[in-house]
Design a protein around this ligand. Structure first.
Ligand code: SF4
Length: 116
């Protein structure tokens, strides 16, 4: 079991949107190729990456409601992009009202065709 964490003293770039953080383990974004800027965390899966900028998050919860298997503020890392399809990640991240979340699709992965 991990130690409880005080969300007010955790490093800003490791805070999840909810203040209800009960515990934390070492945050380990998956396969981060290079250090992102301070306050930005990067999480990758095959074919895509998600970045999260804590300073922009306004706790609207669109991410948690849209893909609870990916965005779960009660666990670390709180973003697990491997738990959804690339298309679902793109769809839900587009709902983030502040652009705290950003989505990148690898160039070799085709986006779904637009429907009329
Ligand atoms: S949808 Fe965006 S602003 Fe809302 S909680 Fe998620 S990251 Fe924060």
């Amino acid at each position: 079991m991990s130690d409880p964490v005080d969300p007010t003293t955790a490093p800003a770039d490791e805070r999840a949107p909810s203040p209800d953080v009960a515990r934390a383990t070492e945050p380990t974004p998956v396969d981060a190729p290079a250090a992102p800027p301070a306050g930005v965390r990067r999480y990758t899966r095959d074919g895509a990456a998600v970045t999260y900028e804590v300073a922009l998050c306004r706790h609207a919860g669109e991410c948690v409601r849209g893909l609870p298997a990916v965005f779960d503020t009660a666990r670390r890392p709180w973003i697990r992009p491997q738990n959804a399809s690339i298309d679902d990640l793109e769809r839900v991240i587009a709902l983030c009202p502040t652009r705290a979340l950003k989505f990148e699709r690898d160039p070799g992965i085709r986006a779904p065709a637009a429907t009329a």
